[in-house]
Design a protein around this ligand. Structure first.
Ligand code: ARG
Length: 282
């Protein structure tokens, strides 16, 4: 008798334990508008934001992640989006330098946390919004520009980490940070290690993504519209917006285990799962 593997079988996915930094949204609200998702004229519910955030925090703990916390600061409502607080790799925290004055005090607050927790801090020279725009896939840093981080910050990344840095240009104001348009599914890399929204990138960037990731998941507009791509993966478990239904199916077909969480209140600020998560790599 011969056993044949079904050709459609999904690859085995491997989870590795992640260490992340988060910020409880005790001071969350929408009081200014720096992206198209934000409507300061509409009410927000801070206690609901906290409860929803706590489901994400609990999920990470359930998955065995180490979760560190930074205290939120009154008057900095976007501090919950910890991904923007810096980019951390090889024990070096590259500090953020925010584009909008409303968020600028967050940069030093996060740098102080990094220094207090044993990271070497590299002070930023040009505008950059941390892991919102910088994503590590394998040994390469994919760096977004177009709305927030200045392309000059990509040179700083090259100097600091000595790795390949690939610039990707974003073109749709609703997908203003790289982590709103591209999700890293397998941090080790590979042809199928990311998901992205093709129409969020310029033609040159799309060519790069198609060439390097020919088997990537392309998400649909409905999933992008709930920031489905703004997700976080340990290589096997992918925490996504619970409303991203088609993306959830696509992930299952590829052998990943999706976990939906509802962060609808934080979506009012233009952020989701990944925005609330800054990976700490020693
Ligand atoms: N209101 C915040 C801003 O516009 C949301 C940040 C979302 N963060 C992210 N990593 N995409 O800056």
């Amino acid at each position: 008798m011969t056993l044949t593997q079904p050709s459609t079988s999904a690859p085995e996915r491997v989870a590795t334990r992640r260490t992340v930094l988060m910020c409880r949204p005790d001071h969350f609200t929408v009081s200014y508008r720096i992206n198209p998702w934000m409507h300061p004229e509409d009410p927000t519910d801070t206690s609901l934001a906290v409860r929803q955030w706590e489901t994400l925090y609990a999920k990470y703990q359930e998955l065995g992640f180490e979760v560190q916390l930074i205290d939120g600061i009154a008057g900095l409502p976007d501090m919950v989006y910890a991904a923007n607080g810096g980019f951390v790799l090889d024990g070096i925290a590259f500090g953020a330098k925010f584009q909008h004055p409303e968020r600028q005090p967050e940069g030093p607050a996060y740098m102080e946390w990094f220094a207090d927790h044993g990271f070497a801090v590299a002070e930023p020279e040009s505008t950059n919004e941390g892991e919102g725009d910088f994503l590590l896939v394998g040994d390469t840093i994919y760096a977004g520009t177009g709305f927030r981080s200045d392309a000059a910050s990509h040179d700083e990344l090259r100097r600091i980490y000595g790795r390949e840095v690939v610039t990707l240009t974003l073109t749709d104001p609703s997908f203003y940070h790289l982590d709103t348009a591209l999700a890293v599914l397998d941090p080790r890399g590979g042809s199928d290690s990311i998901a992205f929204l093709p129409r969020a990138f310029d033609a040159a960037s799309l060519d790069i993504l198609d060439e390097r990731f020919p088997d990537a998941i392309h998400v649909d507009d409905a999933d992008a519209a709930v920031l489905g791509l703004n997700s976080f993966s340990d290589g096997k478990n992918v925490i996504i917006a619970s409303r991203a239904a088609a993306f959830e199916r696509q992930l299952r077909e590829r052998g990943f285990t999706p976990h939906g969480v509802d962060l609808s209140e934080l979506l009012l600020g233009g952020g989701g799962v990944k925005c609330c998560t800054l990976e700490l790599r020693r």
